[in-house]
Each structure stands twice: as structure tokens, then as C-alpha cells.
Design a protein around this ligand. Structure first.
Ligand SMILES: [Zn+2]
Ligand SMILES: [Zn+2]
Length: 358
């Protein structure tokens, strides 16, 4: 007769899967041999969990007091375990492998297949004037980065020399490491640290980069800033980031653009706002007056009787859209200036206007 799995896990017969999992995790922590726990007890706990966490096995166990799938399952309850020491690739059945590995071994199995990574992405900041954002411009940025080695051009080999098959991994780029643990025998596939996954090694490593294929260097790059770029805009230069090690691809370079504010224009999306002062008489009688644009001037017809604070929209005179499709609009805010000093004549005329009730 098998042991009482419910009792081992300390849960009731109606325990939910979640309760069973929680109980297992708690007990596994408590009895894990690596933490000084009782190994036999831990095996029992694990065996109980293998059955109760599986719907089919659990229902078999509930009905018959045992499970019917081979020696592993039926003997588990007797405390002999699941063949921990002989079964490579032991199946944890529904258990969250990542959790268990993370907790017990401090590593996730996924990471064992890591490859040399591509070079890092880089970001440089660039500040330009409002007018440069309006017209677009070319700028030079300077950066210090891992660049492709100038001597071997990234191959990691001395120029004129070849490469041979890596003897450590026999050209496979991977090495298998078999380790035994309490859970069983694990085969981990890891990147070969001699050839860095390439399967080949340089006959003679490059003298300049010692085979890494890259070196620290100061670089200057021309960056085209498109017309219409906004403050906070980013330009991506593919493959201009850091060179990858051992022939891996380069990362990208991001240019983060800051645009200095303009004393004349305030930007809102692709629209621009500007303010124009009109005199008392221009406001009252209407006027045609020049308004400054980033790229010239335009004549604005101010209607008679315009109020201070009025806004006149001029279509398609705002910022260019990035990519060259049209422009935003220009909003001209009217500010009526009350005269501060009056000539004797002007004062007399205004007094006459007052008589008129203006
Ligand atoms: Zn080199
Ligand atoms: Zn190798």
C-alpha cells in the first residue's frame, strides 16, 4: 500500500491544485537536502507531488491508492524515488522548472544556451537650434565605443592567417556538461567558451584585439537630422552602436535630439504659434502686416475690429512634416498695443474719438 500522499503534503483530499503546489513548495524548501533537510523526506514529498499535481495520476491514486504507470510511479510511494540518479532529463511534470531551478540552484536553465550577444546599442545626445530643426541639418557626433577592430576587420585573426576547428567542442560551438544533483542527472548545453560558439578558432589571434574582433576607439559620425524633427526625437543609425564580440553583429546607435526653443515660435506638434503686436488703429481699422516665418515672411490681413488675444490661422506655414509631406499650420496671436506715449496731436484726436464714444 502506498503512503498517504495527502498526509505527506499536509493537505486535505479536496485540496486544489494550487494548494498542493503551495504545500509542495513550502515543504520542498523546508526539507531540501541542500539546506540541511532530510533527503528521504524530501523524496517522499516530491513523489507525492508528482502524483497529486497530475490530474490523471491523482484520480487513479484516489480510486486505487496507487498509480499505474510503470515502476517509477508505483515505487515512488515506497520511497525509492523516481530513479533520480539514473534518468537523464528527468521530467518534472507540470512543475515550474524555472522556479525550481531559480530557487535551488540560483540559475535558470534557459541561460545555459547563451550565445555571444550582439554589440550594445548606444545613445548619444545632440542639441540643435530651432532653425536647424525646421530646415533639417547634418551634424557630427563624436563617441567612444567598441568598434570593429581596424587590424582584422572583426575576424579576430591576424591578417593573412586562417582558422581551425575548435578542439574543445570539436567544431560544434557547444559543450555538454553533465551534472548530477539530487533531482537527477542534468545535461546542460553551454556555449563553448574557447571559440565562443563559432566552432572555429583563429590560428593566430589578431595582435591588436587579441582575437575579440573589436577595440575601443573614438569615432566621428555624420548624422542627418531631418527637417521637422521635434524636441525629444530620436534617430536610429543601424549597426553604428558597439561592435559585437567575436564577429557578432553591431548594436544600433540612437541619436536623441534636443531642440532649443525659439524666441519667436512655440511648437505644438507640427503647428507653430507666434505673437504679433498690432497698434490701436490697426486693430480698429484693419491692416495688412508682415509676419515672420522661420523661412521668410508672410503678409497677414488683420481684419478691422480685431480683439487682443484673437488668433488667426495660416495654413501650411508651420513645421515641415518629417519625410516631406506638407507642413503644419501657423497660428498668429494678436496682441493689441495700447500707446504709452501720445503726441499732443494724437492725444487731441483720441479725445475727439472719446467724444464719439469709441
Ligand atoms: Zn583584431
Ligand atoms: Zn569551441
Amino acid at each position: 500500500m502506498a503512503k498517504d500522499y495527502y498526509h505527506i503534503l499536509g493537505v486535505g483530499q479536496n485540496a486544489s491544485k494550487d494548494e498542493i503546489k503551495k504545500a509542495f513548495r513550502r515543504l520542498a524548501h523546508e526539507y531540501h537536502p541542500d539546506r540541511g533537510g532530510n533527503a528521504e523526506r524530501f523524496k517522499e514529498i516530491n513523489a507525492a507531488y508528482q502524483v497529486l499535481s497530475d490530474d490523471l495520476k491523482r484520480s487513479q491514486y484516489d480510486r486505487f491508492g496507487t498509480t499505474f504507470e510503470g515502476s517509477a510511479g508505483s515505487q515512488a510511494g515506497a520511497g525509492t524515488g523516481f530513479g533520480f540518479d539514473s534518468t537523464p532529463g528527468f521530467d518534472f511534470e507540470g512543475l515550474d522548472l524555472g522556479d525550481i531551478f531559480g530557487e535551488f540552484f540560483g540559475a535558470r536553465p534557459r541561460q545555459t544556451r547563451a550565445r555571444p550577444r550582439r554589440g550594445h546599442d548606444l545613445t548619444v545626445e545632440l542639441t540643435i537650434d530651432f532653425e536647424e530643426a525646421f530646415f533639417g541639418t547634418d551634424k557630427e557626433v563624436a563617441l567612444r565605443k567598441h568598434a570593429v577592430c581596424s587590424r582584422c576587420e572583426g575576424t579576430g585573426r591576424e591578417p593573412g592567417t586562417g582558422e581551425t576547428t575548435c578542439t574543445t567542442c570539436r567544431g560544434e560551438g557547444e559543450v555538454r556538461q553533465t551534472s548530477r544533483s539530487f533531482f537527477g542527472t542534468f545535461t546542460q548545453v553551454a556555449m563553448c567558451s574557447i571559440c565562443h560558439g563559432r566552432g572555429k578558432v583563429a590560428e593566430t589571434p589578431c595582435r591588436q584585439c587579441r582575437g575579440a574582433g573589436r577595440e575601443l576607439a573614438s569615432k566621428r559620425l555624420r548624422v542627418h537630422i531631418p527637417a521637422g524633427i521635434d524636441d525629444g526625437g530620436t534617430i536610429k543609425l543601424a549597426h553604428e552602436g558597439e561592435a559585437g564580440e567575436y564577429g557578432q553583429p553591431s548594436g544600433d546607435l540612437y541619436v536623441a535630439v534636443h531642440v532649443r526653443s525659439s524666441p519667436l515660435f512655440r511648437r505644438d506638434g507640427n503647428d507653430l504659434h507666434t505673437t504679433t503686436a498690432v497698434s490701436l488703429t490697426q486693430a480698429a481699422l484693419g491692416a495688412s502686416m508682415p509676419v515672420l516665418l522661420p523661412d521668410g515672411t508672410i503678409r497677414l490681413d488683420v481684419p478691422a475690429g480685431v480683439q487682443s488675444g484673437a488668433v488667426i490661422r495660416i495654413r501650411a506655414k508651420g513645421m515641415p512634416q518629417i519625410g516631406g509631406r506638407g507642413r503644419g499650420d501657423l497660428y498668429v496671436h494678436i496682441e493689441v498695443k495700447t500707446p504709452e506715449r501720445l503726441s499732443r496731436k494724437a492725444k487731441k484726436l483720441l479725445e475727439e474719438l472719446r467724444e464719439e464714444g469709441v
